[in-house]
Ligand binder design. Sequence first.
Ligand code: ATR
Length: 273
Amino acid sequence: HSRYAVFGQPIAHSLSPRIHTLFAAQFGIALDYRAIEAGREDFVQVLDAFARNGGRGANVTLPLKEDAAALCAECSERARRCGSVNTLLRVGDMWHGDSTDGAGLLRDLREHHDFDPRDQRILLLGAGGAARAAAFAFIDAGAAELVIANRTFERADTLAAAIDAPSRVAARAWTELSIGDGFDLVVNATAAGHAGAAFDLPCDRLASRTFCYDLSYGKAASPFLDWARATGASHVSDGLGMLVEQAAESFAIWHGRRPDTAPVHAELRAQLV
Ligand code: ATR
């Protein structure tokens, strides 16, 4: 029967097999969904072997999302704009690619945090692949202002230029940031502080309405969210909700049905603490 998998490196701790198995159980589907380790050098061969063995759909994570976009015969408009594919669907003898990260982020913000980006002022930290999907999603959702700040300014500048909405998007160097001026949302899309390092940002106080969201999640404390709490943000969240929501989008592409994300989110959350 049909097989599914998530590809990446490292992949052993991926939550995707668990999430998709729980979704499938909601519909009585017995799902074969595995985590398959592949690096940039062997991804094409490993994915080919998967397809030959009945692979019908796949998720793709770090560091393969751009490679996945490059090997697809067709990509959705949103995937093409981000230059990134996290969802593959086998059609005939070809792969179709989509990117559900941005939609997953928006759905988590709107449904679980009562936050609609429309007309909001947003600060995005980072300019890598994760930041890119978030940036396009915010602009498409009608954000009034998006400031992209990155350690390497050129990458922020390149991303801002790619979005091509100069009246709403600006790039800043990390060292030129002043966060005291009333952002509604601050999103961390950097890998900074993952290794337990401190997270230092130039900011005295956040407005109490400022919502701070970290795209990453895990058992370890988030240095960004620790910083946010210490700086006065009243509402903070990690990215577990986005993970579950992007998975639900992928599930709908493969199975034509939208799972209930709430119980899956709750179960994963209970395992993380
Ligand atoms: P991803 O696809 O997860 O976004 P990436 O493309 O490697 O991965 O991007 C990582 C992001 O984290 C980048 O914005 C990176 O900044 P640079 O472009 O300057 O490399 C950011 N980052 C990583 N370590 C950081 C650190 N110690 N301080 C600040 N930013 C950091």
